[in-house]
Design a protein around this ligand. Structure first.
Ligand code: 4AD
Ligand code: MG
Length: 447
């Protein structure tokens, strides 16, 4: 009987006969020896076919196997340090090979360099390549680790609506659609407002789902559809929230290091940098961040950099500022107390300094920029109503949200972590479009 295994467990089968079901990623022709690099979803493994072991008809077919042909291979597992693959170090001497489908010859994503546009147009094939496979495996582990931490720390999972009557994060990035007789509705930018209702039932909750922003910017950090996890905590202030965040993020990093070593190594990630990540994370105020940036600006001779680093109190950070700030620390760093006017309408003001808010962003280490945005929410009815009016938001759509401040209001805080930005930081890749199976950006909705 065939013993079908996963290639990531191959080390456990050294010396035994096993079967793998997968696809030929590459074939190296050495005459009587054919080296097939087979991927089975769990890894990439070298399989060796020796001419003498096959009837001539089958060996002839192997000689013509194209990239991506689907195969079932059976053979003996041999430990060999030199064997390529992910994780590598083992190979299969093929005794039997079944060709399930002989792939056609004109596979678009041959093993050579492809331009990014071409790769994106062929994303359905691009995801088969080792780098993309590795990144998406890391993504799945990030999601698993994040749920695991929240579920075992008293957070109740709540699913918040995608179709919503009002904006959460500003009105400039809304996707709108007509909704029967109700007029315009919007795709959710965040589940936060609903979680503020959910905490008054459950205390600690989180939602995890797709979020939508009609971002007109073409940066390396923005998608129009991305996945966000949003924990929300009753009776919790800004400090309490940052303590949760650092535990949460550290757990995710640890888990990824434990389970996705082979993938990170295959991506060339410097793992030692991630191994350093431990709570507590440094915290600097927005005021201090501005001073630090000004110092960095004074310190540089590079005119272009000087210009990019230009900033005054009251301005939001751009990517260059975040990159510079985060590059200053070897841990993720909290920047707290942003100006009220650069943050969303719901932010609690700083006591005694109303121009400042009880907000905090977490900037990833090594210059990857903001991965988490969060803060303490306004709990006073009158102040919240005033803010909704100042921001010219439709009061009627926020009636239920205001009601939360009339019945059982309390200090509360929460945050949102973008999965794609987190994965790009952990994998050490520069553009977040590679961290989601099928990215949506301002100029792409295919495939
Ligand atoms: O800072 P943001 O906009 O915060 C919120 O949406 C809050 N309502 C969250 C909360 O407090 N519950 O977004 C949070 C995170 C960012 O730090 C970033 O990681 C990610 O979501 N994010 C994006 N990721 C990819 N593409 C975009 N266009 C993103 N916008 C935000
Ligand atoms: Mg933000």
């Amino acid at each position: 009987m065939l013993h079908v295994i996963r290639s990531d467990k191959i080390a456990e089968y050294a010396g035994q006969e096993v079967t793998l079901k997968g696809w030929v990623y590459n074939r190296t022709d050495k005459g009587k020896l054919q080296f097939l690099l087979v991927r089975d979803g769990y890894g990439f493994i070298q399989c060796v076919a020796l001419k003498d072991n096959f009837d001539p008809g089958l060996f002839e077919k192997i000689l013509h196997l194209n990239q991506e042909s689907s195969v079932i291979v059976t053979g003996n597992v041999k430990a060999d340090k030199r064997a390529p693959g992910i994780p590598g170090g083992h190979e299969l001497s093929i005794r039997q090979l079944e060709i399930v489908q002989a792939a056609e010859e004109d596979y678009p994503m041959r093993l050579k360099e492809h331009g990014t546009d071409f790769a994106l147009e062929n994303r359905h094939f691009w995801i088969r390549m080792p780098s993309q496979w590795a990144i998406l495996r890391v993504r799945a582990t990030v999601i698993q680790a994040m749920r695991e931490w929240l579920d075992s720390n008293g957070f109740v999972n709540m699913d918040t609506p995608i179709i919503t009557p009002a904006a959460c994060e500003g009105t400039t990035t809304l996707f709108e659609t007509e909704y029967f007789d109700h007029g315009k509705v919007y795709l959710a930018q965040s589940g936060q407002l609903y979680n503020e209702a959910n905490i008054a039932t459950f205390g600690k909750v989180y939602c995890f789902g797709p979020t939508f922003r009609a971002e007109k910017s073409k940066t390396r950090r923005h998608l129009t559809e991305f996945w966000m996890v949003e924990p929300e905590i009753a009776f919790c202030d800004l400090n309490g929230m940052m303590e949760v965040e650092e535990q949460f993020v550290s757990h995710i990093v640890r888990q990824v290091l434990e389970e996705r070593q082979a993938e990170l190594k295959s991506l060339g990630r410097d793992i030692s940098k991630l191994e350093k990540i431990k709570p507590p994370f440094p915290r600097i105020s927005y005021d201090e961040a501005i001073q630090l940036l000004k110092k960095m600006q004074d310190g540089t001779e590079n005119r272009e950099e000087k210009e990019l680093l230009n900033i005054e109190w009251g301005m939001d950070f751009g990517s260059p500022h975040e990159t510079k700030l985060a590059g200053h620390f070897d841990q993720p760093v909290f920047v707290y107390g942003y100006p009220t006017k650069v943050k969303a309408f719901y932010m609690e003001p700083w006591p005694g300094r109303p121009e400042m808010s009880k907000s905090a962003d977490l900037l990833a280490s090594e210059g990857y920029g903001e991965i988490i945005g969060g803060g303490e929410r306004i709990s006073d009815y009158n102040l919240l109503l005033q803010r909704i009016r100042e921001h010219k938001l439709p009061e009627e759509a926020f009636r239920w949200y205001l009601d939360l401040r009339r019945f059982g209001s309390m200090p509360h805080s929460g945050f949102g972590m973008g999965i794609e930005r987190t994965v790009s930081w952990l994998c050490g890749i520069s553009h977040i479009r590679e961290t989601i199976p099928f990215p949506r950006t301002i100029n792409r909705v295919y495939p």
